[in-house]
Design a protein around this ligand. Structure first.
Ligand SMILES: Nc1ncnc2c1ncn2[C@@H]1O[C@H](COP(=O)(O)OP(=O)(O)OP(=O)(O)O)[C@@H](O)[C@H]1O
Ligand SMILES: [Mg+2]
Length: 267
């Protein structure tokens, strides 16, 4: 093909990509075409690379928008997770959850385990994968979510707040069990979970086994009804192991795990 004809083709493709609002592909175009001209890329690979560049840009933009609107506290991804540190976790189960079929089916996920084992990390990475797929996500600790519901109730806007929190395809409820919940807060949270039941997925984390949720929510009957709804369509990930935060301090970790720590300190 003559150089001038080649240039005009490129200009047409540039205009088409701009028209289609594909800046990622537009930016990659020259490099991809040089790859084809130099023989380094087959036409199929070139198309794949071009579309891949656009998808990467789109996913990054979705993630940035989600980070602004979802209140996710950090970026934690599956790629950053070291499975060798936590052998109790079945990698296939976590990989398969990241394919997001559970969000499609409006099922829940619960990460249970002691502190520092990666519950929040994996809950966030599921939220990020969902955000990248274009779904609306929202993050809150149980305490934050209850506070926001209580404030809405006091302001007479509870109905709207419940609607806002029912809307996301994936809601993360982090840190169930660290702070006790007052009875009114527990009822509000129960209302939220009842609304989301079979309508949208919730990913929850807790350091307490289900048997202790009655104490957390201050009401055994309400906790049982809540667990009944949550577990109806649910993937449970039970993590056992040491805190990743303490991995460089394994002796201190062992000491913290022993009940006679006070005694050990004074001797
Ligand atoms: N297996 C792992 N690979 C890489 N990073 C990890 C792993 N497990 C935990 N982390 C990191 O260690 C820190 C603590 O993990 P995380 O916050 O997920 O723990 P957690 O189970 O939610 O603990 P807590 O109950 O105290 O809230 C985070 O910075 C997280 O990214
Ligand atoms: Mg956590």
């Amino acid at each position: 093909m003559k150089a001038a004809a080649k240039r005009s083709r490129r200009d047409t493709i540039r205009a088409q990509l701009a028209d289609l609002k594909m800046p990622g592909a537009l930016e990659a175009l020259d490099e991809v075409l040089s790859g084809v001209d130099g023989g380094g890329l087959t036409p199929t690979e070139a198309i794949e690379t071009l579309l891949g560049a656009q998808i990467t840009l789109r996913n990054n933009r979705r993630l940035q928008a989600a980070m602004r609107s979802s209140r996710l506290p950090a970026v934690k991804t599956l790629a950053d997770f070291d499975f060798s540190f936590q052998p109790s976790i079945k990698r296939e189960q976590i990989d398969s959850l990241h394919e997001l079929g559970f969000v499609e089916r409006k099922e829940n996920v619960i990460f249970l385990g002691p502190l520092g084992v990666g519950k929040t990390h994996l809950a966030i990475s599921l939220a990020i994968a969902s955000a990248e797929s274009g779904r609306r996500v929202y993050y809150g600790t149980l305490a934050d979510l209850i506070t926001s519901l209580e404030e809405a109730q006091a302001a007479g806007t509870l109905k709207q707040r419940l609607k806002v929190l029912t809307h996301p395809s994936l809601l993360v409820v982090d840190e169930i069990g660290y702070l006790p919940v007052a009875p009114t807060g527990a009822m509000l949270f129960f209302q939220l979970m009842s609304r989301r039941y079979e309508r949208a997925s919730t990913v929850l984390t807790s350091n307490k086994p289900f048997e202790e949720w009655g104490d957390v929510f201050g009401d055994d009957v309400m906790a049982a009804a809540l667990i009944d709804r949550l577990l109806h369509h649910c993937h449970i990930v039970n993590i056992r192991g040491n805190s990743y935060r303490m991995r460089q301090h394994s002796e201190l970790w062992q000491a913290l795990q022993t009940p006679d720590l006070e005694e050990a300190k004074t001797t």
